[in-house]
Design a protein around this ligand. Structure first.
Ligand code: HEC
Ligand code: HEC
Ligand code: HEC
Length: 449
């Protein structure tokens, strides 16, 4: 080879390597690739159907089945403004690329989806394309909904069309250039939306397959719990290793024993999903509490158990920053503090004594309700402490019979909330956090859209 040829060959090899690396980065595995090959089309699967509604509802009307599936897919959480009519839209999504609003999906012809046919609706959920042909942003999790069986999508539409139509135009989106160019989402979909329906794995149990359908297709758990790549697509190489949503940390729910759910019992996971409480493991706040109240609490016990069975199969992803959860209660006295003094310790203690101790106790084992036990909760053991600060800012409002926690956003400054959060992680968690007033200001902005 001449020097020139060698150079060309070298350049070509480098290009191929670069292209390979780019393709590897561009094409993360699909949601269920971790489970191996062997998936078969639904029509060829011989076991009990993993799609549709649970046996209890098998004979129910199309609308009743649609209601169950709509709840399992939690369409209401995003398509309802705070205090607004369910499904009438208007909730803001603040993204790094601008703000967009979830549209009205009631059957109003002018401002909702009243004119949409089954085919239009299928195309939106499976391909992320609106009735007018416009591409939709993946803030609408069609990357997951693409797995929902056609029959189930039609049942969801039937349910939405059974509700009273509501005239409610959506506020105009404010996306920055070039992200306001919807056609670009066509390329995004090419890489990241498989546009394939759920395919069961015959070598796994029927319960596992039902759980996979509920978790991956309807429940879209990965939308919050899977980290994203630079293109904002789910990075399934680190499936369920933890993500961030409206400032809240959606924790690692892999089977890792320290960072994830590996040492939770089946009953503990089921309890958390059904009620948002597991004594000794903490309570759900923010977007997870909403997912439980609007969606998971309405599922049948069998479906919750199926989700647990599937979660058990998720490969562990370690996270060295996440310390083992501290399970021992703190001393039952204000005089003792086991760990070194955290940032703003004196102020933090004063705040805790004034605003928190009556419900949470010095030991972290609440006297008023076991649901307010702070000992063992991931939030107080997470040194980022974002969820503690957000719980203090926005409170935790749960339906009765659960007790709620008031919001303190108006009552306290950023510095005070940082101090009390640092005090709480130091007192009850494995490692003290060091939140600053600036960190809390950022969380405050995200918590009140
Ligand atoms: C995580 C939040 C989220 C969830 C959950 C969600 N959506 Fe959406 N949806 C959005 C957003 C945001 C948009 C607007 C996207 C855009 O403007 O490109 C949207 C758009 C849509 C559209 C297009 C409407 C139009 O006028 O163009 C339909 C239809 C839709 N969603 C139906 C549903 C259904 C049915 C469900 C439940 C199965 C659901 N969505 C769940 C956030 C969500
Ligand atoms: C009126 C009683 C009350 C007061 C006052 C109160 N809380 Fe709470 N708090 C609760 C309850 C009840 C829950 C559990 C809510 C639920 O999920 O049902 C909770 C939940 C929490 C959580 C989430 C725990 C987890 O498992 O992740 C944190 C953190 C927290 N509180 C911290 C505080 C701090 C800090 C203060 C003082 C600034 C405070 N709370 C004041 C009642 C209270
Ligand atoms: C809208 C976003 C969102 C969705 C969707 C969501 N989660 Fe969560 N999840 C969160 C957040 C945020 C937390 C942390 C809550 C807290 O600290 O109060 C969480 C916490 C959890 C926890 C407790 C983890 C721990 O260590 O304490 C479990 C288990 C969990 N989610 C399972 C699921 C499953 C299963 C699904 C799908 C059915 C799901 N989540 C869907 C946001 C979400």
């Amino acid at each position: 080879m001449t020097g020139r040829r060698r150079l060309l060959a070298g350049a070509a090899a480098a290009l191929v390597a670069l292209g390979g690396a780019l393709a590897w980065w561009m094409l993360p595995p699909r949601a269920m690739d971790f489970a191996g090959d062997g998936a078969v089309a639904l029509a060829d699967y011989r076991g009990p159907s993993p799609v549709g509604v649970p046996a209890e509802l098998a004979g129910a009307s199309l609308v009743a089945r649609g209601k169950y599936l709509t709840e399992a897919a939690d369409c209401e959480a995003c398509h309802t403004a705070t205090g607004g009519t369910p499904y009438a839209g208007g909730r803001a999504f603040i993204t790094p690329f601008g703000t967009l609003y979830a549209p009205n999906i009631t059957a109003d012809v002018e401002t909702g989806i009243g004119a949409w046919s089954d085919a239009d609706f299928l195309r939106a959920l499976h391909k992320g394309i609106a009735r007018n042909g416009q591409r939709l942003y993946p803030a609408f999790p069609y990357e997951s909904y693409t797995l929902i069986a056609d029959e189930d999508v039609k049942a969801i539409r039937a349910y939405l069309f059974s509700l009273p139509p509501r005239h409610a135009p959506s506020p105009p989106n404010r996306m920055k250039f070039p992200f306001d160019q919807r056609w670009l989402m066509g390329f995004w979909s090419l890489f990241y939306n498989s546009d394939r329906r759920f395919a069961p794995l015959p070598e796994r149990s029927p319960q596992w397959n039902r759980g996979a359908y509920l978790v991956e297709a309807l429940g879209h758990c990965g939308d919050c719990h899977t980290p994203r790549n630079l293109a904002q697509a789910l990075d399934n190489r680190r499936k369920f290793a933890g993500g961030v949503v409206d400032g809240w940390r959606a924790y690692n729910i892999t089977q890792d024993r320290t960072a994830g759910l590996g040492d939770w019992t089946d009953a503990q996971i089921a309890d958390y999903l059904r009620r948002g409480h597991t004594v000794g493991r903490g309570s759900a706040g923010g977007p997870m509490a909403e997912a439980i109240d609007l969606s998971l609490s309405k599922l049948s016990p069998g479906d919750i158990d199926a989700m647990v069975a599937y979660l058990r199969a998720i490969p562990p992803v370690r996270d060295r920053r996440q310390a083992a959860v501290k399970t021992a209660p703190a001393a039952d006295s204000h005089r003792t503090m086991a760990t070194a003094a955290p940032l703003g310790a004196a102020l933090g203690k004063q705040m805790f004594e004034g605003a928190c101790v009556s419900c949470h106790g010095w030991s972290g084992q609440s006297l008023i309700t076991p649901d307010a036990t702070l000992v063992g909760a991931r939030s107080v053991n997470d040194a980022a402490a974002a969820n503690v600060a957000l719980a203090v800012l926005s409170g935790v409002q749960r339906p009765a019979p659960s007790l709620s926690m008031p919001a303190f956003a108006r009552a306290y400054s950023d510095a005070e909330i940082a101090a009390v959060s640092n005090y709480v992680t130091a007192r009850f968690g494995a490692k003290a956090s060091s939140l600053t007033a600036k960190d809390v200001a950022k969380l405050r902005a995200q918590s009140a859209p």
